[in-house]
Design a protein around this ligand. Sequence first.
Ligand code: NI
Length: 171
Amino acid sequence: MAVLPILHYPDDRLRRASKPVGTITDETQALIDDMIETMYAAPGVGLAAPQVGVSQQIMVVDISVGKDPEALYVMINPRIVKKEGEIKEEEGCLSVPEFSEGVPRAASLEVRYLTREGREQTLVADGLLAKAIQHEVDHLNGRLFLDRLSPLKRDMIKRKIRKAIRQGSYE
Ligand code: NI
C-alpha cells in the first residue's frame, strides 16, 4: 500500500471523463488499497481515481475518515439513479486545497455501483454521505465543486489560486 500524490486544480487530468471498469483485476485492488490509504492520509472523506491520475470510474468514501470500518464505501462504476431535495453546505476538495464554499447538492440519493468484489449494490444515502458521493461522482465526470459555484465565486477562487501559484505558495 502507498500514499499516492493527489493532483491539484488546474491539472488537466482532473477534467477527463473516466472510463468504466471492465474487469476488476489485482491491479484494480491495489489501486483501491492505495486510494483508501491516500484518503486517510490526506485526511479526507472521499477520493476519486482521477485525483491520483487514473482515469477509471473508481471512488472511495468514508465520512468517518477511518474511525468506523463500516463507513468505508468502495464504489466502482457508480450511477446516481435518484436524487431528492436540496442542501447547500460548505464543501472542500483535496484537489483544491485551502478553499471551501457552499455547494448546492441533492439532500438524498440512491446510487448503484459495483463493490470491489464485483457485486452489484444499491445504497440510499443522505447528509454528508450523499454530499460526498455526489462530489466524487463529479470527479469521475471531470467536474470539480468549483464548477457548481456562481461565476462570481468561481472566478474569485480561480484568481486566488492563480495568484498563489505565481507566488509559489500553492501545491
Ligand atoms: Ni474533491
